[in-house]
Design a binder for this molecule. Sequence first.
Ligand code: HEC
Ligand code: HEC
Length: 381
Amino acid sequence: MKLGLRRRLLGATTLLFVCVLSIRVTGQAPAPQMAEDVFKNVTVLKGITVSEFMATMGLFSASLGMSCQDCHAADDSKWENFAVDNARKRMARRMITMMAEINKAQFGGRQMVTCYSCHRGADRPRTGVGILETLYGPPPENPNYVIAQAPNMPTAESILDKYIQALGGAQRLAALTSYTATGKSVGYGPESAEDRPAEIYAKAPNQLSTVIHTGNGNITKTLDGRNVWIAAPLRQPQPVMTLGGKELDAAKIDGVLAFPGQIKQALTKWRTGFPTLVNDKDVDVVQGDTADGAVVTLYFDQQSGLLERHMRYTESPVGPLVTQVDYSDYRDVAGVKMPYKFTVTWLDGREQVELTQIRPNVAVDASRFARPDPTTAPARR
Ligand code: HEC
Ligand code: HEC
């Protein structure tokens, strides 16, 4: 992400953080709510969950190098104000329709053209080749996130076996059945100024809850093995968002990677790509599909065999929604190598967690993995 873009997104985060959230009562129903049921003025992006809808907003911002305010009223002190239309927002709507028509008419409905295909991080797409040097420069990055099995590469299974071995072996992994951890979260932008204690609760095979204490209340992300909920103050339009569809399927990979012994079974259609560089390390690249068809790419440090990064992709009406998690500072916990640092980056935010202590095989109350309560924000100044 370019620095300029990050600054602009950061401005957006500041604004959202000082805004007063109007809480909509959404009921306790486990099913995720659709955007058109929660928002006032959705005419095109219907049939996706609130969480997916917000991710498409992040995708717009990233694809066009814009912040939220560039398309929405400058006065976004209330979530309702995002419903107000203006020329740019209407233009963006027309673009969504145009894009869908091109994909339908020219590419049999496959999502080949996205906002990013034309805009490449700019409000107005370039019409010319631009700098001729690029013609002879390094080859462009792979245009598609779905990779095919590369010729003469080790099988994904052998790379995953090496990973299991590097972590401490299948036996030690199987013996780790729960853990709790404490540390802190370094947000980015205005959030990084405050001290934000973080806690993690995890139970095999796939339950995981992360709690970050902020000045505005807790941010809680909970996977109970089947559902994923995010409770957060201010920064999301619903107090508790329930993930659904492929996004839910993709998010569950966090639970699997909390106890990676079952990683091979968690995804299907494994394939190996060409090795590449991630965080200045040579990495092996393997990719697999979730049951719902979301795509997960795992990058393993060739030297240590450990997981350096995972990327997960789900389709949306306007292009792939992507989340990246980077892992580092692996240390030994009950004979298993565990990352003490991880950074989660999504289309409109980033969270960096640094753990100080991990306690293996401790009792974790089942209530930790229940749907979190809406965050009650402390009294505003
Ligand atoms: C490129 C323009 C663009 C950018 C940038 C953008 N949006 Fe939107 N936003 C739209 C459009 C277009 C709609 C209406 C979609 C529809 O009608 O289906 C919308 C609708 C919304 C809504 C629903 C409001 C309602 O009640 O109807 C919310 C909330 C929202 N955007 C939040 C955001 C946030 C937060 C950001 C920054 C992360 C953002 N948007 C960035 C174009 C944009
Ligand atoms: C086929 C190429 C193409 C695709 C795909 C595309 N755009 Fe555009 N877009 C353009 C062009 C060209 C312009 C400039 C039009 C002009 O200047 O009159 C533009 C302009 C815009 C503008 C107005 C920018 C400004 O300066 O005010 C917005 C907003 C926008 N696009 C949003 C989107 C969104 C959101 C998507 C994805 C849903 C998207 N576009 C997909 C080609 C594209």
